[in-house]
Design a protein around this ligand. Structure first.
Ligand code: NAD
Ligand code: TYD
Length: 352
């Protein structure tokens, strides 16, 4: 049995991980720590609120005193750290919050956990999982081989640079203090509870509303897509079987050009959504000004986690997209309130 704290557990991947954990390990004690920024949403966890061994705490990972108190009072043995500012376009508009949460916040958590772990005499089974991104490795050319765990870091956006900084800290805490940190670097996720600003939910919602589908640049940028439940299974595997001090790359083995992905979404929407305002939906595709510093291609070589820990993705892109679209169709009450005046303001800043 574990006593786990999941930071960022009200966000997209975090809430999927909380559901995964509560279903897979019903006897574990789960604490969620989340500041409920624009990206955090308590509705993602509403079905869990009556469980005895589940607790939600609203709080900031930069607040050292509260974290010290949480670790101690709940006798935590495992940290799954997902809290972050996570959207590249927002990091271009305002990088400060990214440095604060991703770098200073991760440092604060690491320091708090180090003191707590020392006070317990460094138990062998304690774990600190730091969840990161493949974007720290920079951008690949079409013929380059996929990122491995030894690919040099070359982050290009304020988001990826701040995540790279946090990865270095997590790594240093193992090498310097022997603290049981493990780092995962994952490719682009998609699935339920994904905030509307990201490519896949944004396109689904705009198709349903009959709004233009803004594709950056020439649409030929490539991402390696992973269904979020596959990512959660990978994180679970790493917590249970991963070795302290190691890094594991996680990817879907699903490289797709943005324009092809949007085309696939349009076709699936035409098939699955009743009464679309514009059909076929692909008429809505609009090429817009490129994102500054837009990375051309990401691809993950996930052979280490497959060979050493036995994890591999189960979902194909087409099936995963179908499930995701059906979720957005059946959960309009979830996403409609997120299109708030603040969100509209952000949307006009990015898309004009
Ligand atoms: P998200 O933006 O959906 O959720 C982030 C959560 O963190 C939100 O609930 C937010 O309220 C919370 N948060 C933000 N600042 C906080 C703070 N200072 N204190 C406490 N909570 C705070 O992000 P996501 O897509 O779920 O990503 C989760 C993690 O996975 C991030 O670390 C991200 O870098 C990493 N990751 C994401 C992807 C992806 O495709 N989304 C891929 C690889 C890695
Ligand atoms: P995103 O979901 O923001 O993830 P990331 O930038 O972290 O990979 O974007 C995925 C890809 O889609 C990326 O190449 C940028 C592109 N994109 C668009 O073309 N239009 C959009 O409106 C958005 C949000 C993204």
């Amino acid at each position: 049995m574990r006593r786990i704290i999941i930071t960022g557990g009200a966000g997209f991947i975090g809430s999927n991980l909380v559901h995964h954990w509560c279903e897979t390990y019903p006897d574990d004690y789960v604490v969620v720590l989340d500041a409920l920024t624009y990206a955090g949403n308590l509705n993602n966890l509403s079905s869990l609120k009556d469980r005895d061994n589940f607790l939600f705490v609203k709080g900031d990972i930069c607040d050292r005193e509260s974290i010290d108190h949480l670790l101690q009072s709940h006798q935590i043995d495992t940290v799954a750290h997902l809290a972050a500012e996570s959207h590249v376009d927002r990091s271009i508009l305002g990088p400060g919050a990214f440095v604060q949460t991703n770098v200073v916040g991760t440092f604060t958590l690491l320091e708090s956990f180090r003191n707590y772990w020392l006070s317990k005499d460094k138990p062998d089974h304690y774990r600190f999982l730091h969840v990161s991104t493949d974007e720290v490795y920079g951008s690949l050319e079409p013929e380059d081989s996929a990122f491995t765990e030894t690919t040099p870091y070359a982050p290009n956006s304020p988001y990826s640079a701040s995540k790279a900084g946090s990865d270095h800290l997590a790594r240093a805490y193992y090498h310097t203090y022997g603290m049981p940190t493990i780092i995962t670097n994952c490719s682009n996720n998609y699935g339920p509870y994904h905030f509307p600003e990201k490519l896949i939910p944004l396109m689904c919602i705009n198709i349903l509303l009959g709004k233009p589908l803004p594709v950056y640049g020439d649409g030929l940028n490539v991402r390696d897509w992973l269904y979020v439940e596959d990512h959660c299974r990978a994180l679970d595997t790493v917590i249970q079987k991963g070795l302290p001090g190691e890094t594991y790359n996680i990817g879907g083995n699903n490289e797709v050009k943005n324009i092809d992905l949007v085309g696939m979404l349009c076709e699936l929407m035409d098939e699955l959504a009743p009464d679309l305002p514009v059909k076929p939906a692909k008429q809505l595709i609009t090429f817009v000004k490129d994102r500054p510093g837009h990375d051309r291609r990401y691809a993950i070589d996930a052979s280490k986690i497959r060979n050493q820990l036995g994890w591999q993705p189960q979902e194909t892109v087409r099936e995963g997209l179908r499930k995701t679209i059906l979720w957005y169709l059946h959960n309009q009450n979830w996403w409609q309130p997120l299109l708030s005046p603040d969100y509209q303001k952000y949307y006009s800043q990015v898309y004009g």
